[in-house]
Every structure is written in C-alpha cells, then in structure tokens.
Design a protein around this ligand. Structure first.
Ligand code: HH2
Length: 294
C-alpha cells in the first residue's frame, strides 16, 4: 500500500479509506448551545433530516456530537457547561439509531467520555472523535475493544479555562509532540497505531495567531505518519482576521480548507457540506486537469 493511504476496517465489513485528498465530514451538533448552530438540530427528527441532507450533499462521513465543547477563558466566556453522559446519550442515541437504519456512511461519535463512546459504538457508531486527546481511559478502552478508528485531537488544560495563559514557543512542533504522546499513552492501553487519526485542534487552547501559525505549518504533523483531520470550519480565528458572526464565516472556512487540501489533510470537519464538496471537486479537477501546453 502507498505510504500515504490508509484503510480502516469498520463494523459490518465496510472500510474507511483515506489518503492525502480531503474527505468531507459533516458536523451534526445535537446540542442546545454549539457555538455556530446550537439549538438548530436538537429535535431528533430535524437532526436526522439535516444529517440526510449532508449525506445527499456529498459528505463522506458524519460526526454526531451531543455536547458543545466551545472552550472557556476567551471569546466564549466560561465556555460550554458540562453535560452528563446520561444526557449526552439521551440526545445522541435516538438520532444515531434512526440514521443507522437509513444510511451506510461512516458515522463518527464526537465525545470525550468512554461512558458515551461504548454504547454509541454498540448502537451503530463507526469511529470515535475525541476532543479530549484520549485522556479518558474508559474511552481508550472502548476504542481498543471495538478496534475502531479514533480521532485524537490536540488540546491543553481544562475546557473551561483553556483560552487563558496560553503559551507556545513552536506551536506546530509542540502540537505534534503532544499528539505523539497521546498516541503512545493510547498504545499502552491497547489501541493500535493503525486506529489513529490525529487532529491539531484548531481553536482549542490556542490564540488566533497561534491557530494561523499552526495552519501555516500543518505539514509538520506529517512526522506522525498518520492521517490528519482538520476542524477549522466557522471557528473564531476567522473572525479575528476579518470580523464576521459564525454563520457568515464560509469564505474563511474555505480558505482554511484550500490550505489544508494543498498540505494533504485527509478529513475536513465542516458545517457547510455542499459548499465544501463543490470547492474540493473543483480544486481536484484543476489539480488533475491536463495541460494544453505543447
Ligand atoms: N471542533 C469542535 C468540535 N469537535 N472535533 C475535532 N476532531 N476537531 C475539531 O476541531 C472540533 C471537534 C467545535 O466545533 P462545533 O462542534 O461546531 O462546536 P461545539 O463544540 O460548540 O458544539
């Protein structure tokens, strides 16, 4: 197999095939308070409808989250309140179960808790997306037992205060190093390296300037030799460059997507699926167009 392509086995004999061309992961926030679309998809029928729309628009996988993780100490005040595992499951499971009956797309579960990850994998989830960077050993054990892919996202400190007192001397180098440490800890708990997808964690414990530097130096994460997922969609660093509310950050989100595509990111986690799919289709078509020069 080419060194820059990866095949992840999924339940029911399916696979998730990744390479250095971005796949599109559509975000479904089943929450009352997500930073860009809180409350829009809290009702299960509306959530399922929105997920099916993203699938029809060309999403390659879906990411279902039932807890907002907007960080505290910066633009989001105290950040998102804690949500119990029981409440997360109450929001998540009806949507997950009904989607699983309707579509075959890989479904990722965006959670920091093993107590959510395990039942969600049993109810039809295919992979875990952990913004906690594999800190919860119960989550790591659930991933090891299910032998499923897992996204390990970089963050530092507690969600409630991580936007305070931030310091990096070399943001890309430090993020890469800390991600490799998360991978090593997970390996000690039985997760194989083949299960890992890494994410630099744009907006989590980083200033706007550090987010921009991290994007610029994203190819430093290639040292991890694993696929990279990027979640830059609608994030506040876009507004630090040119002020706009979250639902008016499509242009900035696509700029980040273009940059990531150029650097070989494997998955883009986005809110605006149709626009990102169109953008990537044209980007790929230009990239592979035949030259008419003699
Ligand atoms: N960002 C958010 C949530 N989950 N997962 C990964 N792997 N990478 C990210 O960058 C990432 C993520 C935050 O975005 P959103 O889900 O729209 O907001 P909220 O956390 O407020 O629900």
């Amino acid at each position: 197999m080419a060194p820059d392509s990866w095949t992840f086995p999924l339940p029911r004999g399916r696979t998730l095939d990744l390479d250095r061309r971005p796949r599109v992961m559509g975000v479904l926030n089943i929450t009352p308070d997500s930073f860009s679309d809180g409350g829009r998809w809290l009702e299960p029928e509306r959530a399922v409808e929105h997920a099916l729309r993203m699938a029809a628009e060309g999403a390659d996988l879906l990411d279902l989250g039932a807890e907002s993780t907007r960080p505290g100490g910066g633009v989001y005040g105290d950040g998102a309140p804690d949500v119990s595992a029981a409440e997360e499951l109450d929001r998540l499971l009806p949507v997950l179960e009904s989607l699983r009956r309707e579509i075959d797309l890989p479904i990722s579960i965006d959670t920091r808790k093993g107590a959510v990850a395990r039942p969600a994998l049993e109810a039809g989830g295919d992979l875990i997306n952990d913004v906690g960077g594999l800190a919860d050993l119960e989550l790591v054990a659930a991933v090891a037992d299910a032998d499923c892919p897992v996204v390990a996202m970089h963050s530092r400190g507690e969600l409630r205060s991580m936007q305070r007192g931030i310091r990096f001397d070399d943001v890309s180098g430090e993020v890469t190093h800390e991600l490799s440490q998360s991978g090593r800890r997970a390996a000690e708990a039985g997760v194989s390296e083949d299960q890992l997808i890494y994410d630099p964690g744009i907006g989590f414990g980083k200033t706007a300037a550090q987010n921009l530097a991290l994007l610029r130096e994203l190819d430093g994460l290639r040292a991890l030799k694993r696929p990279i997922l990027l979640g830059a969609s609608r994030k506040s660093f876009i507004s630090a460059v040119r002020e706009a509310p979250p639902h008016e950050r499509l242009g900035g989100s696509l700029a980040a997507a273009a940059w990531a595509a150029q650097l070989g990111v494997s998955i883009l986690r986005v809110h605006d699926v149709a626009e990102t799919v169109q953008f990537l289709s044209v980007w790929n078509a230009i990239d592979s167009a035949s030259s008419t020069r003699g």
